[in-house]
Design a protein around this ligand. Structure first.
Ligand SMILES: Nc1ncnc2c1ncn2[C@@H]1O[C@H](COP(=O)(O)OP(=O)(O)OP(=O)(O)O)[C@@H](O)[C@H]1O
Length: 408
């Protein structure tokens, strides 16, 4: 029988041998000619692959440049949630379709095994925490890692992964819930909730003809991919909604999203540190989306970028309406987004990534905005919402109720 002392001595001996080996190996690598090191690396790889004949492929939440969400990641997530999540021990449950159905997906650091064409394929979920620079907060990047035997390399890379992505995308389409994203609360990335605003163009009070024109414009935009490609323009359209408070600007944005079946990105400009962060946020948006900057006149001192320290008109100094008092300009919010940064956001090179996007600005004071921001081409459609919009249909309904079709 081996005594405890003997066991400890033999472990101690092993530790010393490993330490000596590491020391020797370090010396060899330091003083050996590079050719010899390269050859030894090659053989090390071969020996390792003999004893560990598995291949790993990572699919990250964001593309390698860390800017754009990776479609494949979302598709893999959907595939695993339906096909393999039940096998996992740690699950995440989320509701879809307005809370009617629970969908389970793998939680972080879970592993499950799939079978395909006779191969066993293992999936692991994980996350890494990164910091782009010491001035920015840490961001989480999730990933899935797939591991399989090297003899199935062609089958997995050519057929299996394609099958996973295709099935995942079908599942995504079935489970799709539209999202409302925000960058508020000093977040450097988007966070989201399910978008469930009930507004539609039917419920929006507005002159029928004007409403028809807007609906047609939106539907035409959605079908115009080829047109934009032909004329060499990014597939995007800008809307400027202006009018007094409470005339339905936000309601119209919700109606637009519901009509087109797009996600909504509610961009809080005062939370964006600088133009670089603005570009990154833009790149992180997906296609089929509406990017909204509400109350653009209050968001930043965009009018003052060109005309600094302009005297405020007297009525502005005395008025206490909602839009005028909490003006969060550059100094107050700590944001260094400039007018030129915003113009680039709308139609610079970066604005063309993803495609099929609508940018909406809302304001109560259209005259306060810099003309560069609102000129046609940037903001393709200017829509005025006024209290008359509310009165006309109400009047129409009243007249209908009285059995008349016109006021005279
Ligand atoms: N044209 C409209 N049709 C239907 N509902 C409307 C309309 N205008 C306003 N409302 C109703 O009035 C309320 C305020 O509307 P909304 O928030 O869309 O206005 P807003 O112009 O965005 O206001 P603000 O400028 O203060 O943000 C909502 O409850 C909305 O349902």
């Amino acid at each position: 029988m081996i005594s405890t002392m003997g066991l400890l001595q033999s472990w101690g001996g092993l530790g010393t041998s490993i330490a000596s080996f590491i020391f020797m190996w370090d010396m060899i690598r330091r003083y050996c000619p590079p050719e010899l090191i390269r050859a030894s690396d090659k053989w090390t790889r071969r020996i390792r692959s003999f004893f560990y004949p598995f291949i790993q492929i990572s699919i990250s939440e964001f593309m390698s440049n860390n800017l754009k969400p990776h479609d494949a990641y979302a598709a893999v997530e959907a595939y695993l949630s339906v096909h393999l999540a039940k096998e996992a021990k740690k699950l995440r449950a989320e509701t879809v379709h307005g809370g009617g159905k629970l969908v389970l997906s793998m939680d972080e650091h879970e592993r499950v095994t799939d079978e395909f064409g006779g191969a066993k394929i293992q999936w692991i979920s994980g996350k890494i925490v990164q910091r782009e620079s010491k001035y920015l907060p840490e961001v989480e990047r999730k990933y899935y890692k797939v591991t399989f035997h090297k003899k199935y390399r062609d089958m997995v890379t050519d057929t299996y992964l394609e099958h996973v992505i295709k099935t995942g995308k079908e599942i995504q389409m079935r489970n799709r819930k539209r999202k409302l994203y925000t960058n508020g609360h000093n977040k450097t990335t988007w966070s989201h909730i399910v978008f469930e605003h009930p507004a539609t163009f039917d419920s929006l009070a507005m002159e029928a003809e004007k409403k028809r024109e807007i609906v047609d414009d939106l539907l035409m935009f959605r079908e115009s991919k080829d047109f934009y490609a032909r004329i060499g323009k990014a597939w995007k359209r800008g809307y400027l909604l202006y009018g007094p408070p409470g005339t339905g600007k936000s309601t119209m944005i919700a109606a637009m999203a519901n009509l087109l079946d797009y996600d909504v990105y509610d961009l809080e400009l005062t939370s964006v540190r600088d133009n670089t962060e603005l570009r990154r946020l833009l790149a992180e948006t997906s296609s089929k989306s509406i990017i909204v900057i509400e109350d653009i006149d209050c968001s930043l001192d965009l009018t003052g970028q060109r005309k600094k320290k302009q005297e405020k008109p007297p009525e502005e100094k005395t008025s206490k309406t909602k839009k005028e008092v909490p003006r969060k300009d550059t100094e107050e919010s700590g944001s260094r987004v400039t007018l030129s940064g915003l113009l680039n956001f709308i139609d610079g090179l970066w604005s063309a990534c993803s495609g099929e996007r609508i940018i909406v600005f809302t304001t109560n004071y259209v005259d306060k905005l810099d003309p560069a921001l609102t000129r046609r081409g940037r903001m393709d459609k200017h829509i005025e919402l006024s209290y008359c919009n509310l009165i006309v249909p109400i009047l129409g309904k009243e007249l209908l109720a009285l059995g008349r079709t016109s006021p005279v």
